[in-house]
Design a protein around this ligand. Structure first.
Ligand code: OOB
Length: 554
């Protein structure tokens, strides 16, 4: 077996802003950053409880020893392909066992996974591969009726740096993951202060931003989450949301479960039909959902066809969970609700398991760390009075200091003293808990899926019959919000259906395709002459079905 010995401390990765030395020293002294890498963490668990089940995925059941050995063998295989430390590798895998052996293999090598979501298509994947100059792209053969090899064919043609497409399953013309297991070799691992991977920002800009997370900072967020969620070796975590997302990955998610030495169970999709039998069979103790799914589970659970009695905690986050729905969790599922308000950039807030029920159902929790700094400010950046609503700024031991290669954007998204502008409107209760009251960023939160208005607008503007476009959120009882595109057409107006087909052809992920398209002659303007999205939203609430050209759904 290789021993993941850290390399000499290397210079920071170019384009990745990091914590000033003064903060790094403080976070190390406080014991938050302990100099441990992901490769070492898995090795340690394999040594201490190698025969415990780490991962259950379909018919696969891997012990910690097996997962550790598979990661070593794949690391050797990736190395033999010429993948080097700090090479970027776009990983787009669904909830299958390969996801975790692949990422731990990359962690061991010090190569950097870029976590794409299974829902991403050509527009997003081309961008991630070309922007990060990725050397490899790792995919399943097919998933949810989509053949990722077709997408890879096109991406490989478009991105010159991409040397390898690696497929979990039938590889076709590409490299098969199953052919890569090689005899483990002694490989120098990364050091804990190195970037470990890139998460994607939900974003509000034209293209998604990349979030560099280090071993030190991310493992600290795992340790904090494990403690708050009371995970231990007997915990069984069901990963029903896409594993690449920060919530099921690390809050505490699958990686937190590994940290605690528990068992992670992967569901290929989050429907009750798939998840409930898994909960019953594996005696799942904790899982995480976005609000619309939580609502579906609450409905389905009434039928009581499956034994869900092992479930102790249902986490809900990613978007605001209404207090009415929140109140139904305990009576319906017989478990504690935990609200989770987090972001891939860092800060994660949790209600605590023993909090009074009222706090659990009406707030989005409080931060993991005593060193998470919270500021709630008005539009001028001045702190608001206690209990008032304002924009949330944050800084801390696991919140990034800047996006990857985004200097101009970073100057706006971070204050000069390093606070991240979350774009969320919050208030802080007397108990110090955060309540999310709304959003200042130009984003649609579609049931936890984040859609940056500007990104969709840019794609719409590429249509020859579109003169201008503005994308806004419209309230929706199920998803919380849906997307509405207001379009000013040129002489020959396109149909809504043609516009959506055009966006799909451009390779935009399905969740970003507008739910509704409204044609309009001119945009209402604000006092300073900007498009008033507020006024656009109001035209919809005033006359919801006035416009015959609207498409109520996809
Ligand atoms: C999680 O991460 P992201 O990066 O997909 O999205 C972050 C944004 C937040 O800034 C906020 O606008 C929204 O999602 N959000 C919530 C929320 N949780 C996230 N808004 C209201 N209530 C909540 N409970 O979504 C994420 C990352 C880690 C853990 C949990 C969620």
């Amino acid at each position: 077996m290789t021993s993941p010995v850290p390399r000499e401390e290397a210079a920071p990765l170019p384009g990745c802003p990091t914590w000033p030395e003064e903060f790094a020293t403080r976070y190390r002294k406080a014991g938050y950053w302990r100099g441990e890498t992901f490769g070492q963490m898995l090795r340690e668990r394999a040594r201490n409880h190698g025969e415990r089940t780490a991962l259950v995925a379909g018919a696969q059941r891997w012990t910690y020893r097996e997962l550790d050995a598979r990661a070593d063998q794949l690391a050797a295989g990736f190395h033999a392909l010429g993948i080097k430390p700090r090479d970027r590798v776009v990983v787009q895998l669904p909830n299958i066992g390969a996801f975790f052996e692949v990422i731990f293999a990359l962690f061991r090598l010090g190569a950097l996974p870029v976590f794409a979501l299974p829902a991403h298509r050509g527009a997003e994947i081309n961008y991630f591969c070309s922007f990060t100059e990725a050397v490899a792209y790792i995919i399943p053969d097919k998933h949810s009726g989509f053949d990722y090899r077709t997408l890879a064919e096109q991406v490989r043609g478009a991105v010159p740096t991409l040397r390898h497409v690696i497929v979990a399953g039938e590889a076709g013309p590409f490299t098969s993951l199953s052919g890569l297991y090689a005899s483990p070799a002694e490989l120098p691992g990364p050091s804990a202060s190195d970037v470990a991977f890139f998460q994607l920002s939900g974003g509000s800009t034209g293209v998604p931003k990349l979030i560099p997370r280090t071993h030190d900072d991310y493992i600290y967020s795992l340790r904090g989450s494990v403690e708050i969620c009371q995970l231990d070796g007997s915990s069984v975590y069901l990963c029903a949301l896409p594993a690449a997302h920060n919530f099921p990955l690390s809050s505490p998610g699958v990686l937190g479960t590994f940290y605690a030495g528990g068992t992670a169970v992967l569901a290929l999709n989050p429907s009750p039909d798939e998840a409930f039998p898994l909960i019953a069979r594996e005696r799942v103790t904790i899982t995480a959902l976005v609000p619309p799914l939580a609502m579906i589970w609450l409905e389905s659970a009434k039928a009581r066809r499956h034994d869900l009695s092992s479930l102790r905690v249902l986490q809900v986050g990613g978007a605001k969970f209404s207090a009415e729905a929140a109140r139904r969790v305990r009576p319906t599922l017989g478990c504690t609700l935990q609200q989770v308000f987090g972001m891939a950039e860092g800060l994660v807030n949790y209600t605590r398991l023993d909090d009074p029920e009222e706090l659990i159902v009406t707030t989005q929790g409080r931060p993991i760390s005593p060193d998470d700094e919270i500021r709630v400010v008005d539009e001028e950046g001045n702190e608001v009075a206690p209990g008032e609503t304002g924009q949330l700024l944050t800084r801390g031991p696991y919140t990034i200091r800047g996006y990857y290669m985004a200097e101009a954007h970073n100057a706006r998204a971070f204050t000069p003293d390093g606070f991240y502008h979350t774009g969320d409107l919050v208030r802080v209760t007397l108990e110090g808990y955060l309540v999310v009251e709304g959003r200042a960023k130009d984003q649609i939160n579609r049931g936890g899926d984040k859609v940056a208005a500007e990104e969709v607008e840019n794609h719409l503007l590429a249509h020859p019959s579109v003169h201008d476009a503005a994308v806004v959120a419209i309230p929706d009882p199920f998803l919380g919000e849906r997307t509405c595109a207001f379009v000013i057409p040129r002489e020959t107006p396109p149909t809504a259906a043609a516009l959506n087909a055009f966006l799909r052809e451009r390779g935009l992920a399905a969740y970003k395709i507008p739910d509704r398209v409204e044609f309009i002659a001119a945009f209402p303007k604000t006092g300073v002459g900007k498009v008033s999205k507020k006024a656009l939203r109001e035209t919809l609430t005033r006359s919801p079905s006035k416009n015959a050209a609207s498409t109520p759904s996809r």
